[in-house]
Design a binder for this molecule. Sequence first.
Ligand code: AHR
Length: 523
Amino acid sequence: VPVVVDARIKADPSADTISPLLYSGFLEHLGRCIYGGIVDNPKAPSPPELLDAQGDGKAGWRKDVAKIVAADGELAVPMMRWPGGNYVSNYHWQDGIGPVSERPKRVELAWLTTESNQFGTDEFIDMCRANKWEPYICLNMGTGTYEEALAWVEYCNGTGDTHWANLRRKNTGRDEPYNIKYWGLGNEMWGPWQVGNVDADTYGKMAKQWAHGLKLVDPTIKLISSGETGWSDWDREVLQHVVPYVDMHSLHFYSTLFHEFYTAPGNDYEKNVFGPAAPEKGIQICKSLIDLVNIDNSQRGVPAKDVKICYDEWNVWDQTKARPDEGLEQIYDYTDLLGTVAWLNLLVRQSADVEIACIAQSCNVISPILTKPDAILKQCTFYALQLFSNFMRDGHLLQTPSMPDYYDGLTWPLFIQQVHCNPRYIDMCAMAKQDGDKLSVRMSVMNRHPSLDWDATDLIVGGVQVDKVTVHEMYSDDLTAANSWDEPTKLKPVVTEYSAAEWAQRSHTVRKHSWQFIIVDGK
Ligand code: AHR
């Protein structure tokens, strides 16, 4: 049976446009993400030629890291979330402004380290400007006060002759506001590990109150409430309070061995490559919860609000490998690459509802890149992000067929059973892009079957007059293979180009446990 991906553009070409913000990043004051990652660590300094000097006693910025994570860099990261994560729940932003030598060192309660406050709001904004990132700041709703949050927005966005706006002018010598549009209302406020963890009802009421005040300071900002998985009681209860007042609801999930999933049945391969089926279901459930609140509110005369999902922490994270006491650094293996592709496929498929997605995190901490003072290692997961971020954006989402399964040898891991989903072996997403009079189609096709190849000869792309086809394939026989400092390019895509005639005549296979990113360029 032919498997058809049809590129004929829908009647409304503005519908389902895949936003670049799906490929956003996240920098938390955790391990070597900031200090020793994107910023030099004076205790293990980088050679001066690798650093962008900052002056005023500030540590230099790593130019080689920026070349990867800048919006015009290899990973084309459009937006950056900061400063946490768990870290933000005890972060007082006023510690991180003013002369660097006068900033206080603080006990940091999320990861139990000492925070130097050398990198604060003004440095973050300078870095956003240098790297062309849209800034996204998460507020401290743990130990932070409502008043501090209002002051932070005024410090950043205030234009009047007022205390906090004037302090920004004094500290930076610049009059123009930062115009920070995206603000998160706390981080994982449901988590028992969180300083200031509260119940859903308390958080919902607080978030509504803070949203009201923050929008009085700057009515143009967009607010994001702190959500959980999308299918939890927390999400259900919080959304009932916040839907009319926020613009997005944040979700977090890390696939593979995590929390109670450590002991859940299912082998590691299955957990890793099928695990992202659970967050995909979570997005759909969360969207229905938002719809339900809107239906309910409309009946009481409250206007409906199109609240989108901000998936501001997603990734593959094996806690047995990336431990808090080691700064959450994980060497990603080939199975993790397939898990990452499953994540990217689902975020694209759900892009009508997901406005922002941030990989957690952007440097060293469960990250596609690892640094040494004088070098960078691109992990295998880097290549999935690179292809998606550069080629699967600013186009129209295409429907992809759901293939029947032809193998039923698995017991799904418990967390997949819990959310009642049934992931398929062939996992796809696709996009059409019109560039002048040229139409192209980009497809991500993954065969998750552990032992059978998929004959994809009948994978037909309709509606495009093919000029050439480029296939980027990642495959490894050894599921445990990984890039390392000794073998940094062991896993990377193999690129094959086909002319229209070659493509029409080929027989095409997507091998067992492998991934192809296919670009079909039209004439
Ligand atoms: O990304 C690592 C941590 O995971 C974040 O700090 C927190 O929000 C989540 O639990």
